[in-house]
Design a protein around this ligand. Structure first.
Ligand SMILES: [Zn+2]
Length: 66
């Protein structure tokens, strides 16, 4: 089963492999596609899809943007 990569910053499944300006894929770097996050770096959280539930109705108290 494919695992889901979560952004370590915003905890959303919005990570993709980062591509640098030369067009090279950098397999050890990941980029968060969330416009309010913009995380880029080597870290990610990997979980099983069954552990990832999009409970949009609960525990959503982390929406404060600086
Ligand atoms: Zn993020």
């Amino acid at each position: 089963m494919t695992r889901i990569r979560l952004c370590p910053k915003c905890k959303n499944a919005t990570l993709k492999s980062a591509v640098n300006v030369s067009g090279w894929l950098t397999p050890n770097m990941f980029e968060c596609t969330s416009p309010s996050c913009n995380y880029i770096g080597p870290l990610f959280i990997e979980i099983d899809p069954k552990d990832y539930k999009e409970d949009k109705n609960s525990q959503e108290g982390d929406t404060n943007n600086e």
